[in-house]
Each structure stands twice: as C-alpha cells, then as structure tokens.
Design a protein around this ligand. Structure first.
Ligand SMILES: CC(C)(COP(=O)(O)OP(=O)(O)OC[C@H]1O[C@@H](n2cnc3c(N)ncnc32)[C@H](O)[C@@H]1OP(=O)(O)O)[C@@H](O)C(=O)NCCC(=O)NCCS
Length: 149
C-alpha cells in the first residue's frame, strides 16, 4: 500500500468525487449532500487539510485519508475494497508520517467506523450535540417541539 498526496491533480478530483458519491448520510458528519463537481474541485484545489492522501494498492486507488488542520482524521474506502484491512493500514501509516494527537469525529450511527477507530486505540472523548441554526432558530425549534408534544 502507498499513500499518494492528493495535490492539484484532476485525477484526484475524479477519484474523490466517486468516493463521495458512494457515501451515505449515516456514514458522514460533514457530507450530507452531493456537492456540484465544480464546487468539489474548488475544495480539493484549496489545499484544505494538513495532509490528504489517496490510498493506492498496486494499480488501484482504493480510498482516501486525511488529517485536518485541527488534527481530525478522515478516511473513506471504496465499497468494493472494504473489509480488507486497507483503512487500518492507511491510518496506521498516516499516523506514523504525522505523529501527535488525533481526533476522529464519527456519526453515532456509523458503527463500523467506531469499531475501526477503537481497534486503532482511540478512546471516546465526548458526545457532541448540534442545533441546526442555519435552518431554524432555537426559538422556532422549541416551538416546533412544544407543538409536537
Ligand atoms: C469505515 C471504513 C473506512 C472501514 O474501511 P475498511 O477498509 O473496510 O476497514 P478495515 O478492513 O481496516 O476494518 C477495520 C475494522 O473496522 C471495523 N469494520 C469495518 N467494516 C465493518 C463492518 N462492515 N461491520 C462492522 N465492523 C466493521 C472492524 O472492527 C474491522 O476490524 P476487523 O476486520 O478485524 O473486524 C469503510 O467502511 C468506509 O469507507 N466507510 C464509509 C466512509 C466512512 O464511514 N468513513 C469514516 C468516517 S469517520
């Protein structure tokens, strides 16, 4: 296995877009809807993370992994390549390349990701709640909740 920097390559944009297309809302926190290809390209080209890699196995790209500037780790493996130990190996390799503290923010319904990070020695740190301020104010949400009772 090899970790290949994403860089500014058009090839990376396409591989990462295909990976996004496979993801379901329950697997992710940040990615709930498919972005437009153009917006996705801008994001990739903006060099958003501390490090960002494609995971290469022989001639195939099997997934991606990254560390954000806040030391949050992300990983995604193409469905056809899952359960072969690639996520475990890629995360281990990346953590060796960039040693230090790591966080993993995981959707609570994403059991397999929780198992993956527990297996790598990560410990549960906190439970974070969100009130979606962009959609409704908290007063509106409280009023909705009261109306539903
Ligand atoms: C989560 C994900 C990265 C795991 O990748 P993977 O290459 O299949 O993982 P590995 O083969 O290294 O498996 C490592 C461990 O993860 C857990 N795991 C992986 N897939 C699992 C599944 N389908 N069910 C239960 N546990 C699972 C297991 O504990 C596994 O260890 P084991 O095989 O010894 O039982 C992959 O399923 C994926 O890309 N999912 C979509 C994106 C995502 O959820 N990313 C994480 C967001 S934080």
């Amino acid at each position: 296995m090899k970790l290949v920097p994403v860089g500014n390559e058009e090839k990376s944009v396409d591989i990462l877009f295909a990976l996004l297309a496979e993801r379901t809302p329950g697997e992710s926190i940040s990615h709930q809807q498919m972005p437009l290809l153009e917006n996705h390209r801008k994001f990739v080209m903006s060099n958003p993370y501390q490090v960002w890699y494609l995971i290469q196995v022989k001639d195939d790209y099997v997934g991606t992994c990254y560390i954000t500037k806040a030391r949050e780790v992300g990983i995604s493996i193409f469905q056809a390549h899952r359960r072969k130990g690639y996520a475990t190996q890629a995360l281990r390799d990346m953590m060796v390349l960039r040693p230090g503290k790591f966080y993993a923010n995981i959707n609570p319904s994403n059991e397999k990701s929780q198992q993956l990070f527990k297996g790598l020695g990560y410990k549960l740190l906190q439970v974070t709640y969100i009130l979606d301020a962009e959609r409704k104010t908290w007063q509106e949400q409280m009023a909705d909740a009261e109306a539903a009772e």
